[in-house]
Design a protein around this ligand. Structure first.
Ligand code: UD1
Length: 421
């Protein structure tokens, strides 16, 4: 199994170009299931989850081409199978995003239930309930969701989501595009990736209003067409590099980013002692000759502090002078990086859904194990900030969400190397 070997203690300095957002690219790739015409996406990151989505689309009969250097994807052809099999879904939970488009376009779908994952149970009941309200008949059998649009077509409905769910909102928004009548999704997710998906669907001819607010309205149309769309910048990748520069007392500029989507994160970086400046789509963080201050963070749906950034901030709090806290409110099991950070010398104490961080700790390199995508990012940052050598195992998690990580960190002067067993 591949690992990262990191020689820590060097400040990251320089410029990087932010990649397209994984969490926008995945639903947008599956938009291809809503039309037989060609869908072209640009700024698509070269990630394992993107390749998995393309494999899924090919299994469903689509012709896909991907130029990873240029970040361009083209998807065309008719849907010939409406099954998302367990073997693929188990490697990528976001495969559930095939359910809404398939049942809306084909009238039926069979999508494997994703099951639990390392950060918690992560049910899909909200996706299922929403589709039922739009007239889908749903059976759970043999580990699969069997969905059938009664009469061959979904109908509009007013859906009140019990909880804010990002992929739940996206699935229902995609399904509603080809439904009869108007669908209103209340308590919708407001994440920038939902807005980018709505932009992609509008480009295809969908009638959507209210995306980016808690009430999304979709007026169904008879058909959607193909076209081109550019994937929005990855705010979590941006935030991760900013934290890495801060933890190593460096100075970094992230180009082609989306500062408007990062308010909560930039505000905490400033409270933590960094000088952060925004110039158009570029964000510069300067932490040279500055002391890291502890921050208190509580995760929340957008525009609150993103759960996908809390693990990275734990490293900052471990290095900071004083006591800070991280409270996780979205997922129930998202502290698996904590024991690994403790092995590197961090002083962290888990109390329920809060981690109390007492700093400053002088982190020391160690052998650590990544357990999920953002936990891996946190361990890489800890390795860059620590003295000595850190080996991060199970980096396949990281390859799901961070494009060309060694190249980007290397360009900033960090010493990171991918090694085999
Ligand atoms: C998406 C992101 C993920 C991010 C998360 C929260 C993608 C591909 N992934 O995941 O990176 O960490 O949003 O910002 O975009 N829930 C239910 N029932 C459901 C659906 C969700 O109870 O049917 C619960 C979840 O268990 C969780 C909460 O709702 O506690 C939010 O989850 P959700 O927003 O759905 O996360 P994902 O869309 O899976």
């Amino acid at each position: 199994m591949e690992k990262f070997k990191i020689e820590g203690g060097r400040p990251l300095a320089g410029d990087i170009t932010v990649s397209g957002a994984k969490n926008a690219a995945l639903p947008e790739l599956l938009c291809a299931l809503l039309t037989d015409e060609e869908l072209r996406l640009s700024n698509v990151p070269c990630l394992r989850d993107v390749k998995t989505s393309l494999r899924l689309l090919e299994m469903m009969g689509k012709r896909c081409s991907f130029d990873p250097e240029r970040g361009e994807v083209s998807i065309s052809g008719a849907v010939t199978s409406h099954v998302a099999p367990y073997d693929l879904v188990k490697t990528m939970r976001a495969s559930i995003l095939a359910l809404g488009p398939l049942v809306s376009f084909c009238g039926h779908a069979e999508v494997s239930l994703p099951g639990g994952c390392s950060i918690g149970a992560r049910p899909v009941d909200l996706h299922i309930r929403g589709l039922q309200e739009m007239g889908a008949h749903i059976d759970l059998d043999g580990g699969y969701i069997h969905a059938e649009a009664v009469g061959g077509r979904l109908h509009g409905a007013r859906i009140v989501m019990d909880k804010v769910s990002v992929t739940g909102t996206e699935n229902l928004m995609m399904a509603a595009c080809l439904a009869d009548g108007t669908t209103v999704i209340e308590n919708a997710a407001r994440e920038p990736e939902v807005v980018d998906l709505a932009d992609c669907l509008r480009m295809m001819g969908a009638h959507i209003r209210g995306d980016g607010t808690a009430t999304v309205e979709v007026q169904g149309v008879q058909r959607l067409c193909g076209g081109s769309h550019r994937v929005v910048a990855d705010r979590i990748e941006t935030g991760t590099y900013l934290v890495a520069a801060m933890a190593t007392h460096g100075v970094i500029t992230c180009h082609d980013s989306c500062p408007f989507a990062l308010d909560a994160v930039l505000s905490k970086l400033r409270s933590g002692g960094a000088e952060v400046t925004v110039n158009g789509s570029s964000i510069t963080l300067d932490m040279r000759n500055r002391e890291i201050r502890p921050v208190d963070i509580t995760t929340a749906p957008h525009p609150g502090f993103p759960t996908d950034m809390q693990a990275q901030f734990t490293v900052l709090n471990a290095l900071a002078c004083g006591t800070g806290s991280i409270t996780e409110t979205i997922f129930e099991n998202r502290f698996m990086h904590i024991p690994e950070l403790i092995r590197m010398g961090a002083r962290l104490d888990i109390r329920g859904n809060t981690v109390i961080c007492s700093g400053p700790a002088a982190l020391k390199g160690a052998q650590v194990m990544a357990t999920d995508l953002r936990a891996s990012a946190c361990l890489v940052i800890a390795g860059l900030a620590a003295s000595g050598t850190t080996v991060v195992d199970r980096i396949y998690h990281m390859d799901r969400g961070y494009e060309r990580i060694e190249r980007k960190i290397g360009a900033l002067g960090g010493l990171i190397e991918r090694v085999g067993d």
